[in-house]
Design a protein around this ligand. Sequence first.
Ligand code: ZN
Length: 641
Amino acid sequence: MDLQPLALPATDGDWLPWTDARVEQGVAAAEAGLADLRAAAPGDPVALTRWNDVEIALSQVLSLVSLLGAVHPDGAVREAAEAHDLATRRLATDVYLDAEVHARLAALDAKALDPPAQRVLADALRAFRRAGVDRDDATRARVRELDRRAQELGQAFSRAIRDDRRTTRVPAASLAGLPEDWLAAHPSDADGTVEVSTDYPDTLPVLTHARDAEARRAVARTMHDVAWPENDAVLAELLTTRRERATLLGHADWPSYDAELKMIGEGDRIPEFVDRVAEAADGPGRRDLADLLEVARAAGEDVVDFSSWRHHLETLRRERFDVDTQEVRRYLDAGKVRAGLLEVTGRLFGLRYEPVDAPTWHPEVTSHDVHLEDGTLLGRVHLDLHPRPHKYHHAAQFSLVPGVRDRLLPEGVLVCNFSRGLMELDHVVTLFHEFGHLLHHVLAGRHDWVRFSGVATEWDFVEAPSQLLEEWAWDAGVLASFATDEHGTPIPAELVGRMRAAQELGTAFLARTQTAYAAVSYAFHQECPPDLTARLRELMARYSLVELVPDTHFHTGFGHLEGYTSAYYTYLWSKVIAKDLFSAFDADDLFAPEVARRYRDTVLAAGGSRDAADLVEDFLGRPYDDRAFSAWLDHRGEEHP
Ligand SMILES: [Zn+2]
């Protein structure tokens, strides 16, 4: 029998009681599983099965509440979800400090288990050790206190960013260069000014298209001061809390503690990796910078900073490749793009998406069931693509339900903030990227052990499948299949070729910005610097080729410091792997079915059941390396045929 998707409440008023009830059931199931586990005879492998039950119950609750806290339009539901999230994380933390539960698992004979169960057991025992279960009472109590504090601080940090929607008023006359539809959606007031909010669809077009440097600077200053000053103290305490947590358990610092679970393995390999990429990107990045400075000077400006680089890069791309993002947007109607995304990924991975008419948390959300070609129902996906007040501000994939073989049908959600009309090409690329996570979630949703489900792979690998899927959004043939203008004319291959060459123009330059963010994420956690703003400025000056806007505080709005902690390097790390994975595909025939299906089955469907390096080696037939990545960094912006 096919598994049933989760039935969501049909009326607004039902959400709050429904959420409370789901959480209550889930927590009760976790507690029942724990009781059974404790009652197991020492050495009885049923302990591991019960452990899986506990993890399934907790992961269901955590998926639901972290999604609802980020997307639900009703403030009461969001607040309840956040409270449940904290309470459930506490419960999850306490489990790893439960000496009795640990003893039952530690008593198992690993050699008597099959390899997947061995992996689950080793993973669980490591998690218990990392929680400090084998330490004295005082240490365990302190760890528990620090975990709770870190969770509260992390939530406060993210909430401040989410809720701090600021606005800037700029003279209407200063907005020359912006697209017609943006201007139409932003009428000027009686005093002749226009309000620009910190929502991406408001801010980014101004930074990219406004010819007026003052208007851009005003908007950038607001954007790079989100959650300042309140998040400065929150972040400082979060960093020291994490550090104490790590050192208490014998690690040198937080990055070392964190890296133990990742492909990179050791904390001090992070700055080595970051420096290696910064070095590889230095020459080509400075070539890009020199070009941008020339463009800036021609416009009467003398600096490439966070208020101007997008605009100068856009100008350079237009001058060199005659590209105009406006010309491209004509072909990128949000509805057609969404349909095209499903068509393309369906064809590539042998999937069929069936539209579902079922209630969700917002009428703009669209839902589809995902089937294999043989009709097997794999899971359900929900697309929540447009901005609204109090919604999560970035683009990300959330789990609604984790998939488990014969027990739970995986459901994933894309939470994005794209405009409802015409899209920019880089938003289409982001959409493909996030959809890569969604597919990973659904395709890897049929393991017995929830520990292997979905994107439960090493964190520094998790971006690679998504970065790989971005390549399809840049392919002329792929785009032509859905990107058509209002007359139905497909986007010309020649235009896509120029766009792509233009896009690659800033590759090394932008990679340097990524190394700067990675250095901030590492150094903040490694050093816990007393003055975050001062350290931010030093690191940005050393790694980024873009200057900060004076008197701004980017770090208080750098939301990834919450989730990625010291591991923002992962974006670049997985890019190295994604470029190598892509080298296995035929660039002239991206739909060649054999390689895509093999990738689907070898890498995606495997989820976290094996080490990512092994999955990649299986697929490539050799260990991955950084040749494809370096070649990409050192491109010359040549036009693609
Ligand atoms: Zn991603």
